[in-house]
Design a protein around this ligand. Sequence first.
Ligand SMILES: Nc1ncnc2c1ncn2[C@@H]1O[C@H](COP(=O)(O)OP(=O)(O)O)[C@@H](O)[C@H]1O
Ligand SMILES: [Mg+2]
Length: 236
Amino acid sequence: MSTPALEVRDLQAWYGESHVLHGVNFSVNRGEVVTLLGRNGSGRTSTLRAILGLTGSRSGSVRINGTEAINLPTHRIAHLGVGYCPEERGIFSSLSCEENLLLPPVVGTLGGGMSLAEIYEMFPNLLERRHSPGTRLSGGEQQMLAVARILRTGANLLLLDEISEGLAPVIVQALARMITTLKSKGYTIVMVEQNFRFAAPLADRFYVVEHGQIVEQFDANQLEEKQEALNTLLGV
Ligand SMILES: Nc1ncnc2c1ncn2[C@@H]1O[C@H](COP(=O)(O)OP(=O)(O)O)[C@@H](O)[C@H]1O
Ligand SMILES: [Mg+2]
């Protein structure tokens, strides 16, 4: 078997004195879409942040394409080809859509990321809005821009935190098509989601996070048999 794109072993993390991850274990193969499900406060965002070294402190093992990253600073981890789209998106409101796109450095190990032309082909609405300031973009446009900006860097492992949150169904459908397109282009994707219905048709595998640990895992073809357990775990 080839080396996983991401392998997380016994990942523990703290914010100051507060111990939030208690030994998270999961792995993601190259080209896979994996979803981390869980209730609010279960530790999904902290898991993504800990992978990148953005929590207070952390221990355990985080391997990116086989390279141990647990002792690396965040910028070095990004240079292993990791792109992070945080919940708050981080769009610069005073910059135009295109200026936001041109901001990030190239970090990919496989050469540059997508060109502006490729980005605009994939996100035609961003082309239309390229001169609009960040503040004028709709929530959906901001979310697309936040993902597009990562693609510019050349990252091939994408960590996406609740990208569907708070968006209208038609936008959520567009995001689903985007995930499908990215998967077909070979990207490896870890999605944190509360919106199970969004994640269900997209992900190859699912992990459920509770109290800072993985408590359940299953494949897309087990969705039906796991439905009841999931409803209990997610409280839906
Ligand atoms: N910056 C922070 N400082 C202290 N505690 C935090 C911080 N961020 C999150 N936590 C705590 O860590 C736990 C996990 O939160 P989080 O990873 O944000 O969960 P989720 O993304 O699944 O909703 C929660 O108990 C939360 O209160
Ligand atoms: Mg979160």
